[in-house]
Structures are given as structure tokens and as C-alpha cells.
Write a protein that binds this ligand. Sequence first.
Ligand SMILES: Cc1ncc(COP(=O)(O)O)c(C=O)c1O
Length: 437
Amino acid sequence: MKTSQNLIDRRRAVVARGVGQFAGDMTAVSANGARIVDADGREWIDFAGGIGVMNVGHCDPTVVAAIREQAGKLLHSSIHVATYEPYVELCEKLVELLPHGGPTKAMLVNSGAEAVENAVKIARQATGRSAILCYSEAFHGRTLLGMSLTSKTTYKIGCGPFAPEVYRLPFPDRFHRGVGLDEAAFVKRELERVESAFTNHVPAEHLAAVIIEPVLGEGGSIPVPFGYLRGLREICDKRGILLIIDEVQTGFARTGKWAAYEHAGVIPDISTWAKSMGGGMPISAVIGKAKIIDAALPGTVGGTYGGNPVACAAALATIKVMREQRFNERATIVGKTIRERFDRLKQKSEWVGDVRGLGAMVGLELCHDRDPARPAKEQLESVLAACRERGVLVIPASRLGNVLRVLCPLVITDGDLNKALTVIEESVLSLPQKANA
Ligand SMILES: Cc1ncc(COP(=O)(O)O)c(C=O)c1O
């Protein structure tokens, strides 16, 4: 029996079924750059990046060296017990890289969901209000509050009751919700929807915060129109509502900037970070205006492991590598290559309904007759399976499971990038073209 199959059988015997798996029975033994080796010794081109975690590349040597060095010095002490330099240094670096419009502070935890939880607790303490406004198609994690803010029901079945005081608006998704409208008209209508929520769903003066992803990740690589984000900022300012931008998937060079909100020229009150910040180690951050962050009383945020020294060392090394090797520029180039190839594919295949994204965060949506209302989930599944057959690991996204999303490590070579794109292209083109007839 193949080693991969054996490992998968062992997983099935003892690992909880609820820990889902995105795409087939993939295994992993080692990885380097944008390549993964599975338990059978087969090499794959990685277009998933461990769900957007590996922007810096698998086992980057500077990151690995920093982990090794820190592991020999201090593995853990808990920031709640003793102050250690890697935690402080990482916060210094984060507030320097991502100032929130004046004095800025940060705190560290372990996962994206925890960052979101803590951001909400801080917003509630800072405003004295409890309600949170979020969006359809949003994904903010699998803790109870994270799930309450998350939209897709298949992530939530049987897990309720969910946290109260969570209100939801349709995500400003022009492909699905703006048919026939130009961007300005669409943004205007969607911002009016926010205002009308204050009389329909929740009074503005009850809202602590609005939380939004600048580009939907799990929701299908859908960017928020920049005008909408700017308008939302204005509404929040006018109404005393805090703006939380969730950069867990978009942050750290994915979109060609440290923060995707920079593209829109908007500064949030609070932001959340994880995934590619740690270069593969579990670490996350909440960053915000110092006055807001410090509204949280001592003891109300954090956790035993938050900002573990080894994870901090990995994050510091990741930032160093990204800065020195100009990762934001690289993401822009990688994204442009992907967009150009997908745009050409759209000309050739009637299954491609939409190509979209920001920087190197790109989605390809398959629909019957390119109709946003007729998702082609089965066809996407067969494309992903065909890619896997040919050694390209790529995962789906979107509420309806019909979007192929690219989250490849940004260190991917041009050769591997083009090879994987050719495999995707050929897999889409091999779908029956007259199937929609
Ligand atoms: C935007 C966003 N927020 C939060 C999370 C949750 O992060 P984690 O899985 O690390 O808890 C994710 C995970 O995909 C995400 O994409």
C-alpha cells in the first residue's frame, strides 16, 4: 500500500472527522519554496500555501534559522508572566510597518480567530457598545464568536447557539450583486444599505464595530470596491462605530502591500493579522489606535501562549525577508501573470464567469454560461481533481464552492508559476464546451 494511503487511513481511524480537508487526500512530508513533497515522495507545486500562510515560502532558511536559534534560548514564559524581547520587538515592528493614524499599539495571540475575538473585545470595551456588523460570505474563524461572524452555513451546522448581537449585511460583491450597475452606482447603493441597516437591523449607537475583509478569502477572492471601504470609513467616523479590517488572509504582501486596506487609502481603527505573518508558525496580532487598544482592561485580552517567543522570532524573520526581498513587488508581478493568463482563459472558456482579486490573491469563478446565478461547482471540482492528477495543489473557495483560488507562495519560480497555470488552463479547457447548451 502506498505510504500516503496508509497515512490517510491512520488519520481516518483517529483524527476527528470534523477536521475537514479541502481538496482530496493530500499528504505532506516536507516542503521548500513553493513545492511540497507528499508521503509517496511525489513533488507538488503548491497553489494553496497552507491556506494563505506561506507567502514567504516553505521553510525559508532565514525563518528556520531564527526558529532554531530562539528554540534553544527561550521556548515559553508567557507574556502574562514575564516580558521577553521577541514579543516587544515584534510589536515594535508591527506598529512601525502598520501605523493606524497616530500612536499605535499591538497585542499577539495564536490564530486568526483569536485575533478577531480579541479585536471585538477591545472594540466593545473602547465604545461601551456591544453589537457587531459583519457581512455575508465572510470568514472570521471557527471559535464561537468567529463562527458567529462567519457566514457560510456549512462551517456552522449544529454548532449554535451563536454569539448574540451579530448583524449581517450582504457583502459588496459586484459580480453577484451588481449586475448592470457601474462601480460608482453599485458602491452608492451598497453604502445606502449600511445606513438603512441602522433603522432596519441595529441602531448605529448600539454598534461597537463593523468588521470586514478587504478581499474575501474563503468567500471567493472578492475585493471590496475601494470606494465602498472609503465610504464605510466615513459612516463609521460619523456614527462613532469602530472599523475593524480583517487582514488575516490579505496581509503580509499577498495583495502587493503589507495591508490590503492601503490600496484604498483607508486606515482602520483596529486590524487583525495572522497566516503569512508567521512564515508557517502559529501567531496572530491585533493592531490598533493606541487609545482604543488601551481601552481593554488588563487581563481581558491575550492568553497563555499568545506571542510565543519562537513564533515571534519566526514572524520577525519573515518580515525581514519580505522587506529585503521586496515581496510586495514580487506579489504584484505574480498577480499580474496570473490575471493575464486567467483573463485569456476567460476569452477561451465559456465556463469562466469571473476573474478577480488584488495582487497575488486571485480567484477564477466557474459558472454555467458565465451566469453569476448559476455556479458550476461540479465542474470546479473536476478541474481541481485534474490539477491534482498533474501535481498542482489548488483549493476551492466561495459559499457555493465554484471558485478556484490562488494563494501560492510568493517565492514561486516563474517556471513553476507558469507550469501550474498551464495545468489549470488545460483542465478548464478540457471541460465540455457545449455542456451549457
Ligand atoms: C479573513 C480571515 N479571518 C480569520 C480567519 C481565521 O483564522 P484561523 O484559521 O487562523 O483561526 C481566516 C482563516 O482563513 C480568514 O481568512
